[in-house]
Design a protein around this ligand. Structure first.
Ligand code: TYD
Length: 229
């Protein structure tokens, strides 16, 4: 039997412009080297080709009704999980996603004021309850994050200071409620310092095991079978 049957699933969360994609890339390179496993870097919205169409519609189109927006993110997530995330975990890969379900709780439930219950329900249904083993929250004052951005703001980034204050609070309270899954890091620091905090924490938390070649294990297992009655 393979000891490495299931891979790992880790999400990165936080406001816009907090450095999630940089940290995710650095972590992916390190986990790949430590475990020898396949590493899949992905994102929401837009991790699949259907997702890229949905991303364009939800971020760069005209006004979108708040419930329709929540359903578009959930639709992107359902397809992403079914076609990319779950198959990768099942073949033993490490999947790192830039945003996941908690973004919908922060942005649609808290930011748009739709409330946690309904948004959690449609998303849990969409992903058939697949949740990450670890979620890294890069926490930063939204005003500091906005000052770091260079590109033109998208629809969500234009939502206003009060909206972004609510999303930050929602991330922090969700993290406080489930410390076994969440790691909260102050994103104001230096890129390397943040990365080493994440590595130290996840190494302890996830029991990262190297991928083991089935052929290497076949020998001892077969021998044991021969000596057992
Ligand atoms: P992203 O591409 O991560 O932007 P950034 O690099 O600026 O963080 O996310 C795009 C936007 O989509 C971002 O403003 C957050 C928003 N979003 C939601 O509102 N709900 C969701 O479920 C997800 C995944 C993203």
């Amino acid at each position: 039997m393979r000891v490495d049957a299931a891979g790992y699933f880790i999400s990165f969360e936080g406001g816009d412009g907090v450095g999630k994609s940089t940290q995710l890339r650095l972590l992916g390179r390190w986990i790949g080297a430590v475990t020898g496993r396949e590493v899949v870097l992905t994102r929401e919205p837009g991790g699949t080709s259907l997702g890229r169409v949905l991303r364009e519609a939800v971020l760069h189109g005209e006004h979108v009704d708040a419930r329709a927006e929540a359903l578009l993110y959930a639709a992107d997530r359902a397809h992403h999980v079914a076609t990319l995330v779950r198959p990768a975990i099942e073949r033993g890969a490490v999947v790192l996603t830039d945003r996941y379900l908690d973004s919908s709780i922060a942005y649609q439930a808290a930011g748009r004021g739709l409330g946690d219950d309904g948004v959690e329900l449609i998303n849990r249904w969409a992903v058939q309850d697949l949740m990450p083993q670890a979620t890294v929250l890069l926490d930063l004052d939204p005003a500091v994050a906005a000052a770091r951005r260079t590109a033109a703001p998208d629809r969500l980034e234009r939502a206003g200071a009060e909206f972004h204050r609510r999303t930050r609070e929602a991330f922090l309270s969700r993290a406080a409620a489930d410390p076994r899954r969440w790691l909260v890091v102050d994103a104001a620091g230096d890129v390397e310092d943040i990365q080493s905090q994440i590595r130290v924490d996840l190494a302890a938390r996830l029991d990262l095991t190297p991928v083991v070649d089935e052929a290497v294990h076949a020998g001892p297992d077969e021998q044991r079978e021969q000596v057992e009655p």
